[in-house]
Design a protein around this ligand. Structure first.
Ligand SMILES: [Zn+2]
Length: 294
């Protein structure tokens, strides 16, 4: 009898301890590399080799949102994913490839090859300690091509594997949201109203005047019947002024917002929906991948 009580006490203690551990390292708090000590990292690596690297930008986001909007989005969602999965979030890249927004002051940009190198060297250092599964959470369209290059380089030249889990990635649904609401518009403003409301100047929200070149106008109108042509229209938009395609940010938008939606109708409820959808998709994916041990 006594033996049984002893056994029960030990089992409850083990259960209690594992719940506490998962509370600290799993579901309660996001694991941010900069906030951890090397001992924490060493401990983490005993059971896990996954890491999330958010990719953002410092670029104009209309008159009402901060230049760091994409960073707050990428980092904000990565933190929520970390809270639920216990995967470490490594430093957010505060600058991305954004040169075509530079008609508006404050925008910073790295050349694609610089950005690729920074990300690759970051991954290389993390590999040294045992990280083997890299997930990039990007929230800036201009970074996509660099993200693809880094992922390819990691997958083809190192022991590690890399995968995209952010905006536009294979695990996220595409084609949602309004027809042309690409930058600093209703969708993004809603996300910021949910994730970082103190940085949104609601009284400054103003719908933009959009100016398309005749070619883009034609493609855009055709895309209403055949959505795929919107991708072609996109090739003329968000490109440096030197390309003479009329697609630099200040050429196509009066105030930096790229949207035909009513930006004033943005709300934190809409933002929460988008954030929940993206975070849940990533959490589901990570939990599935976690079944394969390190
Ligand atoms: Zn953005």
């Amino acid at each position: 009898m006594k033996k049984n009580i002893f056994k029960t006490v030990i089992i409850s203690l083990i259960i209690f301890m594992s719940i506490s551990i998962s509370f600290v390292y799993g579901q309660s708090k996001a694991l941010i590399l900069q906030e951890m000590s090397w001992v924490d990292v060493q401990e983490y690596l005993k059971n896990n080799d996954m890491v999330i690297i958010p990719l953002g930008s410092t670029e104009q986001h209309g008159p009402h949102m901060p230049l760091g909007t994409d960073c707050y989005e990428a980092f904000g969602m990565s933190k929520l994913i970390s809270k639920q999965t216990g995967v470490i979030v490594a430093p957010v890249l505060w600058s991305g490839y954004s040169v075509y927004h530079s008609g508006f002051p404050g925008t910073l940009s790295l050349k694609p090859e610089t950005m690729e190198q920074v990300l690759f060297e970051t991954a290389e250092m993390l590999m040294k300690y045992g990280f083997r599964r890299f997930m990039f959470f990007n929230y800036h369209g201009g970074n996509n091509i660099v993200q693809q290059k880094v992922i390819h380089r990691i997958n083809h030249t190192t022991e590690a594997v890399a995968f995209a889990i952010g905006h536009g990635s294979a695990i996220q649904k595409s084609g949602e949201g309004e027809f042309f609401d690409w930058h600093a518009g209703k969708g993004e403003t809603s996300i910021m109203l949910y994730l970082k409301p103190e940085l949104v100047k609601k009284e400054q929200i103003e719908n933009p005047q959009i100016t398309f070149t005749p070619k883009v106008e034609q493609l855009y109108n055709l895309a209403k019947q055949d959505q795929l042509l919107l991708n072609v229209a996109g090739l003329y938009l968000g490109v440096p002024v030197e390309t003479k395609k009329g697609g630099a940010s200040h050429e196509l938008s009066s105030n930096g917002i790229w949207s035909f939606s009513d930006v004033k109708s943005a709300s934190k409820e809409i933002g929460k929906k988008t954030v929940d959808r993206m975070v849940n998709a990533a959490v589901k994916f990570i939990e599935a991948w976690k079944q394969v041990k390190k």
